[in-house]
Design a protein around this ligand. Structure first.
Ligand SMILES: [Ca+2]
Ligand SMILES: [Ca+2]
Ligand SMILES: [Ca+2]
Ligand SMILES: [Ca+2]
Length: 359
């Protein structure tokens, strides 16, 4: 539809002549009256669904907020780290599941990012842990691993062997020693901590001062009276012997187990035959043997029983169940053969070397 620019009258859309003004008039405007916007069925459907979705989201948000509020007031005894501090602002994004993999806004638990240790003169100085931001640091001072020397005896000539057992059953560990050139077997009673000196004090008691070339000592309850007795090896006298604990801090005279075990240099004890009595084991450096003496239970022992022969320069002996079959096997070292060996306990042992006159 056209309109005359002078009188505003309608002009036929097919023409430009105004019937009122009687002259040609270009239209001053062209108005196009648009129809009211109509929704097609598809657009209407999407619109309804969209509105419904918005309503659902809004309703869901309200439910979540109510649920969160209910949890706060539920009286649950379980810790809730998210709500523990009401005064603190909540994180901007609260995760809806347990996956925090991509959410770097969530505070992380303490992470080990650095462990360093500084071994300085045998001392482990520090173990440090810190979180990722370095905000917290935990330092653990480790116990120093130093040792301080304390002299127990300073005139124990050619001291060769030491063992620690509670001789007098006072709950404090005492010390046994063997001195080759002093020919002595002795024990030092542990007197406990001395507040004046700041140290533990000991008192020496001689058990035997004529055990020639005393080379090895060991404390073991030979006669099952619950007091530790003493066994020893004499290199010069070639003896294996024991001293009974009289239960009053004194010991019996020497009791010979073997009077001729050539090069007796090391003594040890274990229940080799599992009869409840501690047997005696020894290394003979000159006879090149590892041997044992069965404890007969009445303070006496069997004759020497060889475990390892031709073990040149037998120097030490020990016992342990190496093959885990329930019995104690025997281990030994040979000084001149440069060997370490163990012998399986087969309960088939031969007697000692013919060098032993007791055989
Ligand atoms: Ca003691
Ligand atoms: Ca005893
Ligand atoms: Ca035994
Ligand atoms: Ca075994």
């Amino acid at each position: 539809m056209h309109y005359c620019k002078d009188c505003g009258s309608e002009i036929n859309s097919e023409e430009s002549f105004c019937l009122i003004c009687k002259k040609n008039q270009p239209p001053i405007a062209i108005y196009e009256i648009k129809q009211p916007k109509q929704f097609t069925k598809r657009k209407l459907l999407f619109g309804i669904l969209g509105l419904f979705t918005v309503v659902l989201i809004f309703a869901g948000a309200i439910v979540m907020l109510n649920s969160d509020s209910a949890d706060k007031n539920s009286g649950s005894v379980l810790p809730n780290t998210e709500t523990a501090s009401d005064s603190e602002p909540l994180p901007a994004a609260i995760p809806t599941d347990k996956s925090f993999e991509n959410n770097r806004d969530i505070p992380k638990t303490l992470e080990l990012i650095q462990i360093f240790s500084d071994f300085n003169e045998g001392t482990l100085e520090n173990l440090a842990l810190s979180n990722q931001e370095g905000e917290k640091e935990l330092k653990l001072e480790m116990a120093k691993l130093d040792f301080e020397k304390n002299i127990v005896a300073d005139n124990f000539l050619s001291a060769r062997s030491v063992h620690a057992v509670d001789i007098d059953r006072d709950g404090k560990i005492d010390i046994l020693g063997a001195a080759r050139y002093s020919h002595k077997i002795a024990w030092w009673k542990n007197n406990g901590f001395n507040h004046d000196t700041g140290k533990i004090s000991f008192t020496e008691f001689t058990i035997d001062s004529d055990f020639k070339g005393a080379f090895s000592v060991h404390g073991v309850d030979v006669d099952n009276d619950n007091f530790k007795d003493i066994i020893g090896a004499s290199l010069y006298d070639e003896q294996i012997a024991w001293w009974k604990n009289n239960q009053d801090g004194t010991f019996s005279d020497k009791k010979i187990i073997d009077n001729y075990f050539d090069g007796a240099i090391y003594v040890y004890s274990a229940d080799i035959d599992s009869d409840g009595y501690m047997d005696i084991l020894a290394a003979g450096e000159a006879v090149d043997q590892i041997a044992w003496w069965r404890n007969l239970g009445d303070g006496t022992f069997s004759s020497c029983l060889v475990i390892g022969d031709s073990f040149v320069g037998a120097r030490s002996v020990h016992a342990a169940d190496i093959d885990l079959d329930g019995d104690l096997d025997v281990l030994g070292t040979a000084r001149f053969a440069d060997k370490v060996a163990w012998w399986e306990n087969l309960a088939q042992l031969s007697s000692c070397s013919s060098k032993n006159p007791s055989e």
